[in-house]
Design a protein around this ligand. Sequence first.
Ligand SMILES: [Fe+2]
Length: 189
Amino acid sequence: MQLETQLKAQLTPHRYKHSLSVAQLAASWAPRMKLEPKRVWIAGLLHDCAHDLPGSVLLQKSEEFGILIGSMERKLPFLLHGPVGAQLAKRDYGITDPLILDAIHHHTTGIPGMCPFSRLICLADYLEPSRSFPGIEHLRRLARRNLDQALLAAFDSTIKYLLENEKLVHPQTILTRNWLLEFLKEVRG
Ligand SMILES: [Fe+2]
């Protein structure tokens, strides 16, 4: 079965449309990061394949797959849709490419040291055309000039939003943001 047909059966129409938009945007950026558009497209398409599973199912599947469930994940099982999604991409969609699986695994909080492929998926998830939130146009302008700087700004904006709305911030989101900040300073020299 085609990946799209299989995925469509697992997601709400809204989530499926979002997935297609992420795939298209990420693939359009791929040459700028010297990445293969087709591989990037598959990661974008499947990144949210576990998104619409109820929290109880995400917890149960995490246990089945041996995924570490921290205290944050217990409180917010939604955070497990990346790691569970990577396992489902492997088991149900036949994906073996470690770049694709890693990008799916880490697309929500990121991970310090994440590779360009995973960074691209994270950013496309944030900026795909149907997304709308205050400040998105600034991030889109930034992305036209520098994708990694836009990703750093996206992490900053997520953290600000979570703080302002009295929501929990996953420690890994902060660790990733700090890593990216230092990494980009090094790159700029
Ligand atoms: Fe997601």
